[in-house]
Structure formats: structure tokens, C-alpha cells
Design a protein around this ligand. Sequence first.
Ligand code: CMP
Length: 145
Amino acid sequence: KKEKTLAMIKPDAVTKLGSIIEAILDTGFTITKAKMVKLSRAEAMDFYSEHQSKSFFNDLINFMTSGPIIAMEVIGDEAVASWRKLLGPTNSTVARSDSPESIRARFGTDGTKNAAHGSDSIASAARELEFFFPSSGGRGPKNTA
Ligand code: CMP
């Protein structure tokens, strides 16, 4: 079944944009939208609000606001699960042993600096795509340096 998901390249892997796009397209996905933005703290906290009570939340927000990110709408067969499979395990160190061809194994650093994000369900994909590519009203995160 054809699905949409959010693929986000995090600040540590923006320089790997070319290789990551190559991996996405080689897997058969279509990239239908893309935007490079620097998130404010408020925006990062909103995007990751489900993790606000976690011990790593502050580290995550510091990391996600440390430089620009690239958000992409990716479409393909079972795109939600299949993009997360291409990402590999959340922790890049684990990914290097369990899934060495994965994006997090190839381009990430550790448990927080893990190169890229993927929505974890159809519902979160809808929310996360709306966050970066609003269908009406506001323009979404602005491209400010
Ligand atoms: P992501 O898939 O974007 O979803 C939440 C993010 O929080 C995750 O990738 C990591 O960047 C970070 N994260 C998740 N679990 C941990 C953890 N145990 N320690 C530190 N950071 C984490």
C-alpha cells in the first residue's frame, strides 16, 4: 500500500545529503517535498513533544537545534515501515553491528546523533508532514539561519 512518511536529515548528517538521497531513491521511494530549516527550541520541543518526559529530551533538543535539518516527504510502498527499516536501529552504534548497511550505521554517531528520523506510524507521519509542510494557515518552520 502506498504511504507518505516524513524523512528528516538531522544536523549531524546534513553534509551527507547526497548519499542519503541516493539511498532513498535506490530503495524505490519518491521524494515529493523537501525543505531545509533551522528549528527554534520551541519548534523542536513541539516536534518531539511525545518525548518531553524522557531523560534524553534536553540533549535531543540541544542537538536538533544545533544546525539546519532537511525535512522530506517520501512516498512509496509501505513507506512508514520501509523508511524506518532503511534507517536501521535508533542508536547508530547498535546499527553498525546489527544493520551495517543502514543509514544510521553509515552516517550517524551515537544514540542521540543518529543522522535521520522517520515517522513511526501513519498517524505520526500525517502530524509530522503537517508540521513541516502545512496544508493551510501558517507556512511552517521558517528558513532562518
Ligand atoms: P528519533 O527517531 O528522531 O526519535 C527520538 C530521538 O531521540 C531519537 O531519534 C534519538 O535522536 C533520540 N533518542 C532516542 N532514544 C534515546 C536515548 N536512549 N538516549 C539518547 N537519545 C535518544
